[in-house]
Design a binder for this molecule. Structure first.
Ligand code: AMP
Length: 190
């Protein structure tokens, strides 16, 4: 079963594509942002802590993320997975690599959706009216983008250099359907 990672800055469309490809391949979509947003409704201490961090656009701690992801990956081990929003730090990618090694699994495709800051800013603002997300506003977008540049881009570069054969750059400024087509072509060829 397919094991795929989607990379890209916030607003690049990785969530949209991950969902489409998850339906297409019938492989579970594991969005850490979605999982964390669900936890916000728990109304306990952890939910409060998460709300503060997420609404400011900063990253949630690696310990919380690694624990969430390993629990989910263990339960999906035989079904494959599409990771969306994880790993976002080098600590998370080390954890993931160890986890995959220990469970004799490996990633088959990595898609990096690239897009410039001006396009993603306007996309995120549009999404804010549609999805009512607290972190989709001009002030927070900059923090989220900086978190991406400071942490996640290093992770992307690590995979770009070490996983050349399975790492695919995707132009995120294209229309949704065009991007999906490009991804499907790559999946078909391999
Ligand atoms: P997303 O929906 O992927 O943009 O994630 C929304 C927010 O959830 C991010 O701005 C972070 O605060 C948090 N988050 C999601 N995934 C991670 C991760 N892998 N590591 C740390 N924080 C995360």
């Amino acid at each position: 079963m397919s094991k795929i990672i989607f990379f890209g800055p916030p607003g690049a469309g990785k969530g949209t594509q991950a969902k489409i490809i998850s339906d297409f391949l019938k492989v579970p979509h594991l969005s850490t942002g979605d999982i964390l947003r669900k936890k916000l409704s728990d109304k306990d201490e952890l939910a409060n802590e998460l709300k503060n961090i997420m609404s400011s656009g900063n990253l949630v701690s690696d310990d919380i993320l690694n624990s969430i992801v390993s629990t989910r990956l263990k339960s999906e081990e035989n079904n494959g997975f599409i990771l969306d929003g994880y790993p976002r730090t080098l600590e998370q990618s080390n954890f993931l690599n160890d986890f995959l090694l220990n469970t004799s699994n490996s990633i088959e495709f990595i898609f990096n959706i690239q897009i410039n800051f001006e396009i993603l800013k306007s996309r995120i603002l549009k999404r804010s009216t549609e999805e009512n997300r607290e972190d989709d506003n001009v002030d927070v977008i900059e923090t989220r983008y900086n978190e991406y540049l400071n942490s996640t881009e290093k992770v992307t570069n690590f995979y770009r250099v070490n996983y050349t054969n399975i790492f695919h750059e995707i132009d995120g400024s294209l229309q949704i359907q065009e991007i999906t087509e490009k991804i499907k072509q790559i999946l078909k060829k391999s």
